[in-house]
Design a protein around this ligand. Sequence first.
Ligand SMILES: [Zn+2]
Length: 397
Amino acid sequence: MSPSTVITHISTLATCDPTLGEGPLGLVRDAALVIEGERVVYAGSAAGAPPADNRVDAGGRAVIPGFVDSHSHLVFAGDRTEEFNARMSGRPYAAGGIRTTVAATRAASDNTLDANLRRHLAELHRQGTTTVETKSGYGLTVEDEARALAVAAAHLEEVTYLGAHVVPAEFADDVAGYVDLVTGPMLDACAPYARWVDVFCEQGAFDGDQARAILTAGAARGLIPRVHANQLSYGPGVRLAVELGAASADHLTHLTEADVDALASGTTVGTLLPGCEFSTRAVYPDARRLLDAGVTVALSTDCNPGSSFTSSMPFCIAVAVREMGMTPDEALWSATAGGAAALRRTDVGRLTPGARADVVLLDAPSHVHLAYRPGVPLVAAVWARGELVPAAVPFGV
Ligand SMILES: [Zn+2]
């Protein structure tokens, strides 16, 4: 049997299980958490905790589940510092900027892509994120998409085929031809590495019919749809996602009443990516409207070199609370259990018996400090699969 560890003297434990404590976060005061091997075996009052082999004193600080970042783009080379600098000097963001990263990614070696991914994963980890989804989408050839996914799959369980990120320059006059490639030879090469299929359904990227063809072809190969929807303009993405039973519709910045009703009536999670609006000086999505309609909402970083180069879920929580109408409790739930829902996972994003022991100790008495103290590094310790990871040491290297 694996040695067990009790984390005790926890001021507030967010279990994300309402049957274990107060409110949707299932908050337990004066709590303890017991880990055995990779799993949580106890989450509840300190007084009721079973004996354990090792003891960690949380010192009256808060404990939360590791963040679940359900939307990122981490297999790439180069950066877009100049584009960001220009945009902050008054130039609007357009979807075509992705092509800059495509050129750098195609030119990079496998080793460079792998090293870049590991560096970004380490950065996420230090900030309390223990489950990461990432996508292809900067290769846009059969070979470059497949190798991006192979690099991702070497490190991550949640890998998404996004051959339909943008139409590459060489297909600018033949979008139908590119859709045939994405739904044909590229899908054949990529499907073995991926769990999900995604499409950027947007003016300047792929329209509703093209998105439908791409998602349907992916689904026929066993990939579950998720959609970049309604980011830069109104469009068919959200309703298509719900109709096809997508796990998640992401961005959701421009929504009609019909879009909100569709999300509220289906099982598709609404994933909001406030780093994107922050980094492009765009209008934020209205989380309050979605929550009040009964939509399941996830928060994610959308970490990518163009429109949202942040890996910080605490930053996204702070922005969601300040700018999008979420309460601190809702924002934490969406960054943990909500992200898990967007990935159709029940073993992460919560601290309940049987869940994976992905645990974050905050250097704060309450999870509310994630929004109350924006920009302050509050992640004091991270356990991933029950292993304490020193914050300064990147994992997987
Ligand atoms: Zn994205």
